[in-house]
Design a protein around this ligand. Structure first.
Ligand SMILES: Cc1cc2nc3c(=O)[nH]c(=O)nc-3n(C[C@H](O)[C@H](O)[C@H](O)COP(=O)(O)OP(=O)(O)OC[C@H]3O[C@@H](n4cnc5c(N)ncnc54)[C@H](O)[C@@H]3O)c2cc1C
Length: 457
C-alpha cells in the first residue's frame, strides 16, 4: 500500500493507537483520516453507561489524533463513502467485525465504496483468535468450550504491534462533533486507552497472581475489571496475553479470555443465538408472563427480591454498570429458574446497564445459565442462591457493600435474614423485604417445567 496517498482509518470497537493492525496499515499512506461513525443502529440500543464510556474513549482518541477525529452521525454506508470521496481516499481500513449487524453493515459499506473504486480493507479483529478461525477435526465449528480452548491455545496469537509514529492526520474534514456524554448515575471506570493500559498493568503486576483463588469471590475485587476496555478495544486481548507469564493465575486468566473468543465464534456461526435459544428443545418451556411476573421482574431489577446476594448483584449492576462474573451467574439463574422469566428479558436489562455490555458474551452468558445455549450447564443444575452466597461471599463483605440495610445483620444470617427470628429481622433490617418466592418450591417447579418441555425424566 506504499503508493496510497490518502487512507481512511475507520475506528469502531478498536479505540486505541497501540497494537492496532488496521491503523498500522492505514498509516502506510501519506495522509490518514481518522473516522468514527455515530451509527443510530448501535447507539439507540446502548444504555447511557456504554454511551458515556464511548464518549470518553472518543474524546481521548480526538486528543491523540491532534484533534483530527472526524465524527459523522449518519448511515455508515453513506458516511464512510462521503468521507472517502471528500478526501479522495483510495482505501478505508478497519478491524473486521463478525457480529450479525457488523457483517451486514460492512457488506453495505464495501458495496458503496466499490462504486468509487475504493477498497474496504479489514485487518485484524477484536479477538486473540479471530472468529471463524478454529474448527474441530471434523471441520465443523466448535460447540463445546473445552476443546475450543485447547485449539485456541494451540493456535496462539500474534505479538502486539506498536502504535505507528508520525502519522499525518488529515485536518479540516467536516465533523459532526464528538458525541455528548449522557448523564449517568452509575459510578463508572475512567474511559480510554490510557486508563485501560493502567488497569492492565496494575492487574498484571498484582492481582493476576491470586486470580485463580480470588476470581470467584465477589467481595475480593480479584478480577481484572478489563471488560469495558476490551469491549471498546481500548485494550486488545493480545496485549494481556503477551505479558501474562506462567502459573495458575495467568493460566486461568487466559482461559477467561478464551471464553470471550469462544462466544464470538459461536455468534459468527449461529447469529440467531443473539435473540433466541440455541437448544430448540427448550423453546417449549413454560414461562411466567403477565402482571405478577412483571412485578417479580421489577423486584429483580431493583434489587428487592429478599435474597441478599441477588439484590447485591442487581444493585451493583445499576450502581456500577458492572457485576462480578459469579454474581452475574447467580442473578441470571434466579431470574430464569426461581422466577421462571424468559432469559431474554434479563439479558435486555443487563445490556441496558452494563458498561461492558457485549452481544456475544452477554447473550451466551445468559444462555449458558438458562441451559438453552452451546455448552450450557445442564438445566437440572439449579443454583441455590443462598448456598452460592455462603460459598463465595462467606463473610458477606460483598452483600454488606451493596445492600446497606443488611449491614448490621450478624454472622451467617447475612445470606438469608429469614434465619433470624421475626423480631430480630424486623429490628436489624426493618427496610429489607422478605423473599418474594421460596427457592425450594421454585426449584421443583423449574424442574417440572423442564421435564414437561424436554420429555426427560
Ligand atoms: C449472564 C452473564 C452475562 C454476561 N455479560 C457479559 C457482557 O455483556 N460483556 C462481557 O464482557 N462479559 C459478560 N459476561 C462475562 C463475565 O461476567 C465478564 O466478562 C466479567 O465479569 C468481566 O469482569 P472482568 O473484566 O473483571 O473479568 P476477568 O475475570 O478479569 O476476565 C478477563 C476477561 O475475560 C473475559 N471473560 C471472562 N469471563 C467471561 C465469560 N464467562 N464469557 C465471556 N468472556 C469472559 C472478559 O473479556 C473479561 O474482561 C457475562 C456473564 C454472564 C454469566
Amino acid at each position: 500500500m506504499s503508493s496510497v496517498s490518502t487512507a481512511v482509518m475507520w475506528f469502531r470497537r478498536d479505540l486505541r493507537m497501540a497494537d492496532n493492525p488496521a491503523l498500522v496499515e492505514a498509516a502506510r499512506a501519506d495522509r490518514v483520516v481518522a473516522l468514527f461513525v455515530d451509527d443510530a443502529h448501535l447507539r439507540e440500543p446502548s444504555g447511557a453507561n456504554r454511551r458515556w464510556f464511548l464518549a470518553g474513549c472518543l474524546a481521548e482518541l480526538h486528543d491523540r489524533t491532534g484533534g483530527a477525529l472526524v465524527v459523522r452521525r449518519d448511515e455508515p454506508e453513506r458516511a464512510v463513502r462521503d468521507v472517502a470521496r471528500e478526501v479522495g481516499a483510495e482505501v478505508v481500513c478497519c478491524a473486521d467485525d463478525a457480529g450479525p449487524y457488523g457483517t451486514r453493515r460492512d457488506d453495505a459499506v464495501r458495496a458503496a465504496l466499490r462504486e468509487d473504486d475504493v477498497d474496504l480493507q479489514t485487518v485484524g479483529t477484536p479477538y486473540a483468535v479471530s472468529p471463524g478461525t478454529l474448527r474441530t477435526k471434523g471441520g465443523t465449528p466448535f460447540k463445546v468450550f473445552t476443546p475450543f480452548s485447547r485449539a485456541w491455545r494451540a493456535h496462539g496469537w500474534d505479538e502486539p504491534v506498536d502504535a505507528p509514529r508520525g502519522v499525518r492526520w488529515v485536518e479540516g474534514v467536516r465533523s459532526d462533533g464528538l458525541p455528548e456524554a449522557p448523564a449517568v448515575t452509575a459510578d463508572l471506570p475512567t474511559p480510554g486507552e490510557a486508563a485501560g493500559r493502567r488497569r492492565l498493568a496494575a492487574f498484571l503486576d498484582g492481582d493476576v497472581r491470586r486470580y485463580a483463588d480470588d476470581r470467584d469471590r465477589p467481595g475480593a475485587d480479584g478480577t481484572s475489571r478489563l471488560s469495558p476496555y476490551l469491549k471498546w478495544g481500548c485494550v486488545h486481548p493480545r496485549q494481556a496475553l503477551a505479558r501474562l507469564g506462567r502459573g495458575a493465575g495467568p493460566e486461568t486468566f487466559a482461559t477467561e479470555l478464551a471464553w470471550r473468543d469462544f462466544y464470538a465464534d459461536v455468534l459468527l456461526h449461529e447469529p440467531q443465538s443473539a435473540r433466541q435459544g440455541l437448544d430448540e428443545r427448550m423453546a417449549g418451556m413454560e414461562l411466567d408472563t403477565g402482571p405478577e411476573a412483571d412485578a417479580r421482574l421489577a423486584a429483580w431489577c431493583e434489587g428487592r427480591t429478599g435474597v441478599p446476594i441477588v439484590d447485591a448483584g442487581m444493585r451493583q449492576l445499576v450502581g456500577a454498570g458492572w457485576v462480578h462474573n459469579r454474581v452475574r451467574m447467580i442473578v441470571a439463574s434466579y431470574l430464569v429458574k426461581d422466577l421462571h422469566i424468559d432469559w431474554t428479558r434479563g439479558a435486555r436489562f443487563f445490556m441496558e446497564h452494563l458498561v461492558d455490555g457485549d452481544l456475544a458474551s452477554n447473550q451466551h452468558g445468559w444462555q449458558w445459565v438458562a441451559g438453552t445455549g452451546t455448552d450450557a450447564a445442564p438445566y437440572f443444575r439449579v443454583f441455590n442462591p443462598v448456598a452460592q452466597s455462603e460459598r463465595f461471599d462467606p463473610d458477606g463483605t460483598y452483600i454488606r457493600r451493596w445492600v446497606p440495610e443488611l449491614a448490621d445483620v450478624p454472622g451467617k444470617a447475612i445470606h438469608d435474614p429469614t434465619r433470624l427470628d421475626g423480631d430480630l429481622f424486623a429490628a436489624t433490617a426493618p427496610d429489607y423485604p422478605r423473599p418474594i418466592v421460596d427457592h425450594a418450591m421454585e426449584r421443583d417447579e423449574a424442574l417440572r417445567r423442564w421435564r414437561a418441555a424436554t420429555g426427560r425424566a
